[in-house]
Design a protein around this ligand. Structure first.
Ligand SMILES: [Zn+2]
Length: 188
């Protein structure tokens, strides 16, 4: 959840109040000193499903939430970078794996935490370094080795289940959905 700012980012005033600017559909945090509107919008998380010889890269989280559980390498986009760059950077930082993007794979909304996830399919270039400080362990799992009971989030399970199904069918799709609904919808 994004925390609410206490000071105006334009003028530094602490005189903030909630209100609806003229013509706006939502209540915002407004600076009564300078009139600046402090927008608070969803954040984008980018990550990769990295494949190598039919195996899938997962990272075991060294941080809360879901410490000790397995997830895809992913994290918040930084200003000035593309979604693809963010996905590859997060993969590198969390797993020490260099990868190449193949295609967008899963777009899903986590509306309770104001986040949008963009997950790309990627292929391994090289395992170049140790896993980062946010990762206890990184591993490429064969389909029959995947740690289903120790996955960090239902959305990770859905992505892996979909990918295994596709792999068996020899297909690649693009999916979107919501983390809360626990469903992914094929785009035609
Ligand atoms: Zn201000």
């Amino acid at each position: 959840m994004n925390s609410s700012p206490r000071f105006c980012c334009q003028c530094g005033s602490a005189e903030l109040r909630r209100g609806r600017p003229a013509g706006d559909s939502h209540e915002r945090l407004l600076c009564t000193a300078c009139g600046h509107v402090l927008y608070d919008n969803p954040r984008v998380i980018a990550g990769c499903l990295v494949e190598h010889q039919g195996r899938y890269l997962l990272c075991r989280r060294a941080i809360e939430p879901r410490l000790g559980y397995w997830t895809l390498p992913a994290g918040f986009m930084e200003n000035g970078e593309s979604a693809e760059q963010a996905a590859l950077r997060e993969t590198w930082e969390e797993s020490g794996v260099r990868a190449r993007i193949l295609a967008p794979y899963s777009i899903f909304n986590a509306t309770t935490v104001n986040q949008v996830y963009l997950i790309f399919r990627a292929e391994l270039i090289e395992i170049a370094a140790d896993a980062g400080v946010e990762t206890l362990e990184r591993r490429f799992f064969a389909p029959d080795e995947l740690p289903w009971a120790e996955l960090a989030y239902p959305s990770i399970q859905q992505i892996l289940e979909r990918r295994l199904h596709e792999q068996a069918q020899g297909q690649h799709g693009l999916y979107f959905g919501t983390a809360e609904a626990g469903q992914l919808h094929p785009l035609g």
